[in-house]
Design a protein. Sequence first.
Length: 106
Amino acid sequence: MQDPPQIGARMLVLFDGHCGFCNASIRWFLRRDRDDRLRFAPSDDPRVAEILTRHGIAPDPSSILVARNIGTPAEEILIRSNAAIAMLATLPAPWPTVAAAFRIIP
């Protein structure tokens, strides 16, 4: 397998590369990710197919996914709101507080 577009503790965000809303959301996160903690790849990128297969997940253009701890025993995939909350939590203040507030809202 080729190396996934992730280095170290960065999270890999998988999104629909053909969706205008998704691309705008990714640009929003890129502007705020001053600590360079996120990496982005379209969900149909062949380099991430193996990661999704390990978790029994098919690329879903209607949902955002986050892969954490890739290649380790703690590897996990977060889906939908859990993915968005994890992404917000990696950004500088005030976004971790916003993420914490979203965690308590059902």
